[in-house]
Every structure is written in C-alpha cells, then in structure tokens.
Design a binder for this molecule. Sequence first.
Ligand code: GLU
Length: 466
Amino acid sequence: MSDFLTRFAPSPTGRLHLGHAASAFHVWKAAERAGGRVLLRIEDTDRERSKREYVEQILDSLSWLGMDWDDEPIFQSSRSDRYSEIVERLLANRNAYRCFATEKELNKIREETKTYLYPGLWRDRSESEVQSRMDAGESFTVRLRTPLSGSTSFIDQIYNKIETPNKEIDDFVIARSDGGPVYNLVVAVDDHDMGITHVIRGEDHVSNTPKQIMVYQALNWNLPSFAHLPMILGPDQKRLSKRHGATGVQAFREQGYLPEALNNYLALIGWNPGTDQEMFNMEQLAETFDLGKVNKKSAVFDDKKLNWISGHHLMFRSNKDILDNVRSLIPEWGKTESDVYVMKVIDQLKVRSKTLIHLAEQSKYFFTDPESCDEEARMRFWKDNTRELLNTYFKDISELDDWDQSSLESSLRTVADDAGVGAGKIIHPVRLALSGVAHGPSLFIMMELLGKERCIRRIRTVINLL
Ligand code: GLU
C-alpha cells in the first residue's frame, strides 16, 4: 500500500449525478493506479440543504459503480468543534480577524466600488476597538488575513501551473456571524486532518484552491497535490445538471445500464487512452488509467455513445447474470416461462439491446402474442400475394414433426422457390405476424424458441385478419 491518500467529498444536497460520478471515477482510478486509498467525506455543513436521503443515495450509487471507500465516511457536521478550534487558532496567531461590518455597509461599498472584493475594513483595527464591539455584543464574521501582494500558485496535475494574483483574493470570510465555518476553511482543515495527499475534484473548484492554500499557509501545514477535472456539459454546452433530465446515477441504473458500462463511458468522456480502444472492462480500466492523460477540455454528454458502450458490455455478461439483473429492475419479468426459456430469449436479444430495460422491452413477444403491428412495416411487406404465401407456409409447418430451425427454414425456402419469389417475401411477413415488429433475431431461431403452438396461433390470427 502506497502513501497515496485521496478522498471523494460529495455534498448531500442532491443525488449523485453523472458529473460527480465522473469526478469519483478519476478519484478511484487514480488511487487504484497508485496503490493508495480513498476516503469518503460527506460535506454536510449546509444544514438546510443537506438531506439524509441524499447521503444514502450517494453511498448507494457509489457502491453500485464499484467505488468502495476505505474506513467509515466522515461527516463534516460532526466536526464543528475542530473547525471552531482552528478559527480560534487563526485569530490567536493574527492570521484571521473579526469583522463587524454589517451587510448593509458592505453592500453600499460594493455599489460604490463596483466590486465584491472586501476592502479590508477591519483588517487593521486596534484590539481595543474590536474588544469594545465584542463587549457590546455586536455580531461579527471572521476573515482570513490574506497576502496583499504577490501571487498564489500551484501545479495542477492536469492543468499545470495555475497562478492567481493575491490582489484578486480578498480577506474572505472563514466563519459566519453564527460561528458556522465556510467551505474553504473546512475543506482545507479536513484534507489536512485526514492526511490527504492528493485532492482530485471538479474544475469548478479551481477558483477555491488558492483560498484553501492560503488557509494551509496560515496554519503552516504542508500542501497536498491538486488535480482538477474537466466538467461534463449537456448538449447545450452548459454544465450538466438536473435541467438535462435524468442524469442521476440512480436513473441510469433504473434505465438498465450496467455499472461497468457507465464506468467505461465515464473513462472515455474525460480521458484519452492514447489509442483507438474504446471498450474497456473494469480490469483494463484499472491497468490503463492515467490521471496525466485526462483531457483539459470539458466533454459533452453523448447518450448515443453511452448506449453503444452499454450494448457492448451487455454482451459480456452471462445469460443468467442478465436474468438476475433484469429481475432486480422488473421482478416479474419472464416469470410465466421457465428460466431456461428466458435465458434463451436473453441469448438472442442481448446482442441487440442497449440496456437491460431495452432488452426486456424487446422481449415482449416471447411471452405474449403481439397486440399490434408496426404499421409502416406492414405497408412495406404486405403485398397482394402475401396471404397466399403465408397460407402455404402455414400448412407446411402445421404438419412439421420436428420444430427446429433448419426444418422451418427449408420449408420456407421450398414454398418461396415453388412460388418463384425471394425468401424475404415470406420471412418479413412471418416475422411481423409473430412479433409485430420488423427487426429481431434470426426468424428461424425465433420460431424454434417460440414453439409450434405459439407460431401456429399467431400466423393463423394474421391470416384470418387479412
Ligand atoms: N463538496 C464539493 C462538491 O460536491 C467537493 C469539494 C472538494 O472536493 O473539495 O462539489
């Protein structure tokens, strides 16, 4: 085990969505590659917006993706005393100070100066002035005394050197008037206390990093290394969010995507393996992944690509495994038939399905007679002579003793030859009669699987309807 220690730090103010999952993917893979560990920190300092149910969803989604953390999750809400202690320490070593400026006062200054940067109003007040305000019971915030000149820089593992002039960072609040510590303080304190060596997170946090570095410096702590990951955008080029529909990881699970497919997709979206390979199983991902090859540019979510990847992964799962997985989503699926039959259905459909749910949706006619027919296909395949051709084939196969694909096929080809038409003239209408749809597995395999009784009944129904 190496010293590499990273963390994933979700805020339980919503579900774990694809953007978070992409960051999590990189966190876990970087740790795996380095032979290190991942800790989980729940950033629940926003008491109003943080919800227990989101914590559960986040943990559940991570486990489903195969991202198992080490040790118990750490909740920021249980660390208030530690944050207060640090605020006191920063006040005591004069790296922080109390600010009694009211919101009204600050707003007026902001309007006049046309900037949100705090102008250091209370930075150099005398101790006695501060004390008298405290004695009067006035409320205050605590601000970090940040450097006025120079710059703060760090080497990002993905974006290289990122430098911010210190004059662009004001004396930011580290504790609110109710004593509540703010994000940039608690993250630095936690990362330090947890012994984090590598902070890996979304690019949306780049602007927070210099502030957190200032906290480290004020406390004389060693810095971890930082890596910021590109964002995932929706098709409208805006950062992926609820606006873009069901992007929660749970929704992908409910739609029947396999966890390895989502992992594979998350890998490709932000990372360039340096070859043309696009399909990776979990082991290959662990072997090939390299944080240094993460793209700098944001990626656009592409559901077609996800479906393509998802379909491939389905093919690698055993029929029994797919059966169990579909049943975990649709408990009653295929229960009217034996598991042996259902697994044969899976065998036929898994190569042409995008997801587990897609497979189940396509499987309907294997269990019940079709109630409708693809109208566009019917118009295309139903010709004047179809009824007669179907009738002849129907009679032939009604007398078949061996209901197997080769007998069913040779019978059909004989009928077609005798009538002087191509086999397709019978194949398509028979398929429509049996399934109601124009595409599916090989017709003869499908017929063998459906069995004589079902096939005869369905073809007869269609002939009578014509
Ligand atoms: N809680 C932050 C988020 O969910 C992550 C903060 C961090 O990784 O430093 O975006």
